[in-house]
Design a protein around this ligand. Sequence first.
Ligand code: FES
Length: 165
Amino acid sequence: NEWVYTEKLKEHFMNPKNILQGEDTDAFDGVGMEGNLSCGDQMMVVIKVDPAKEVITDCQWKTYGCASAIASTSVLSEMVKGMTLDQAFDVSPKDVTKELGGLPDNKIHCSVLGDKALRAAINDYFERNGMQDRIRKEQARIVCQCMNVTDAEIEDAVLEGARTF
Ligand code: FES
């Protein structure tokens, strides 16, 4: 495993986009929190939604995560603005990694953090608006092509204390 970061990753790490200022999330329509079991880092993603079109008009975030988590979520927050809630829900860590021009293998799990928090924020929006039937469950996703592991497997492995990567 090499620790090679792309220029785009470095740029988003140095100048992250859409960072949530302060603690107040009242102005937002959906809030999602997610913890990364493999490293203990945390992420909050908040969204504003145009209710008529179900389009994300703003996406902000903050994290205690690492450089890869910061860059991934910065890119993600740019990508999902203008998407419908369903389109944004389907954005995968792989899409984000691709947008970054790649991530070191042992950092793939970091890109899952923002993506999960975003889906939690979308579900929070549905919940707040009495749209329980629209709430979508997390599905196990393949987050690492080379090792063919899903995010669920990573979490299981960490919970069992068996670090396999
Ligand atoms: Fe925790 Fe990357 S090591 S988010």
